[in-house]
Design a protein around this ligand. Structure first.
Ligand code: G3P
Ligand code: MG
Length: 239
């Protein structure tokens, strides 16, 4: 699988409100080739872009994402917490985000981020929509249940297992989830981990890397891509 080297974290990184269409457009304008975003189910089962189970940190809403319909979420302001200039940004649906990625030529890492107890449903719903999308994409999740459900729904889609540190049982977990890549926290990566993952022939990508020197060190170790809140630190040609 070919990864873009620099992947804008939560759409546009720190330069736009997270998990919004404005972030996707900003990433494209910066010359990014790839973006990552988080996807959860609304109360009506529609996958939407949001990181937290609760609405307060990033939107004008209150309460649980899982208790609001996608239509209600689409009426919230998911931009002002970042900056008032983004006040009209809604919580987008995954379907709309995938259409925009395809139109903008952005590779998308769709992170399946289930709310509590919704792992399998979220994995299935995300995989179903992703399988119908026309752009290039990769699914990932910290949830093994969500990854397996995604594999059952659309086995043809590439999937990455997300972890913090790489634990001793990572090979078994990769086998269980049928993932073809591993994404880990940059701060927890050791040279021994890197060698083991490379020996297994798996691509390894690291989050969240907000300094160029840290990214260069990781690339020199053999990491294939980094997720960053600061895609503006690289030129289009370097991404
Ligand atoms: O997919 C990489 C990264 O986004 C995982 O952490 O919490 O930012 O979704 P988080
Ligand atoms: Mg994420």
């Amino acid at each position: 699988m070919i990864y873009p080297r620099i992947i804008a974290h939560r759409c546009g990184g720190a330069l736009a409100p997270e998990n919004t269409l404005a972030g996707l457009h900003l990433a494209a304008r910066l010359g990014c080739r790839g973006v990552e975003f988080d996807v959860m189910l609304a109360a009506d089962g529609v996958p939407v872009l949001i990181h937290d189970e609760m609405l307060e940190r990033t939107t004008s809403g209150r309460g649980r994402v899982a208790e609001m319909s996608s239509a209600q979420l689409g009426l919230l302001d998911a931009g002002s917490r970042h900056h008032p200039a983004f006040a009209v940004e809604p919580v987008p649906t995954l379907a709309e985000a995938l259409r925009r990625c395809a139109a903008l030529g952005l590779w998308a890492n769709v992170e399946i981020k289930p709310s509590a107890g919704q792992d399998a449903e979220t994995g299935r719903a995300v995989a179903r929509l992703a399988a119908a999308a026309s752009g290039k994409l990769l699914l990932s999740s910290f949830s093994p249940i969500a990854l397996r459900a995604a594999a059952d729904e659309a086995a043809q889609l590439p999937r990455a297992m997300l972890v913090g540190a790489i634990e001793a049982d990572w090979r078994e977990r990769i086998a269980e989830t049928q993932a073809c890549a591993l994404h880990c926290a940059a701060r927890a990566l050791t040279t021994a981990d890197m060698e083991a993952v490379r020996a297994a022939g798996l691509p390894l990508a690291c989050y969240t890397v907000n300094r160029r020197d840290d990214a260069e060190r990781l690339f020199a170790m053999g990491v294939c891509a980094v997720f960053t809140d600061r895609p503006d630190l690289w030129s289009a040609a370097e991404m």
